[in-house]
Design a protein around this ligand. Structure first.
Ligand SMILES: CC(C)(COP(=O)(O)OP(=O)(O)OC[C@H]1O[C@@H](n2cnc3c(N)ncnc32)[C@H](O)[C@@H]1OP(=O)(O)O)[C@@H](O)C(=O)NCCC(=O)NCCS
Length: 159
């Protein structure tokens, strides 16, 4: 199978949302909130996750890349840049479950790192959840080093 990584086009968005929402089942902070508090404000975690893609493609559409295997979209990565600070950020990466373990995720990250380099950045940053063993393995194998752990807390506001 031949893998292509190409620039994002606006017509890709529904498919990228579909892949990303499906992929984040089990590794989503919004899903964790929903498990603890129930559906919040009438919007489930899938709606919230899909909205992250809206934010990403609005913030830096030229920093979103799409992975195609034999012409079929199987994954994506989103990025944005702090050019003054020299850091490229990777807020979202997802590969369709049936195409995982073939190096698509690795190539998407390599592509994002090369994109950052070509823009003059010196460092790349990605975040992953403690339960995401694949993420931790993949990112450290690509040169990312753990610098901090964060705890996410949410409070119900009441009336
Ligand atoms: C993370 C993700 C994008 C990786 O995509 P992928 O195409 O499977 O990635 P690759 O095939 O390039 O690499 C996966 C690596 O993880 C390893 N891996 C797979 N399952 C693993 C597990 N349970 N624990 C540890 N490592 C694991 C694979 O062996 C491979 O490592 P290797 O290349 O050293 O053999 C994909 O798993 C995904 O979409 N996950 C759900 C969404 C997600 O977690 N996004 C990132 C949030 S931070």
């Amino acid at each position: 199978m031949s893998l292509t990584i190409r620039s994002y086009q606006p017509e890709d968005l529904p498919r990228l949302k579909q892949i990303t929402v499906a992929a984040f089942d089990g590794v989503s902070i919004d899903q964790g909130m929903e498990q603890r508090f129930g559906v919040i404000h009438g919007h489930d975690w899938q709606w919230r996750k899909a909205r992250h893609l809206d934010v990403d493609v609005t913030r830096d559409p030229a920093g979103v890349f799409v992975a195609e295997l034999d012409g079929q979209i199987v994954g994506c990565i989103t990025t944005w840049q702090d050019r003054d600070g020299g850091i490229g950020h990777i807020p979202n990466i997802a590969v369709e479950a049936s195409f995982r373990g073939q190096g698509v995720g690795r190539q998407l990250i390599e592509h994002a790192k090369q994109h950052f380099r070509s823009c003059g950045l010196t460092h790349a940053k990605i975040e992953t959840l403690e339960q995401n063993a694949t993420g931790q393995h993949l990112y450290t194998s690509l040169g990312f080093r753990e610098v901090a752990r964060q705890i996410h807390l949410v409070a119900e506001l009441g009336r």
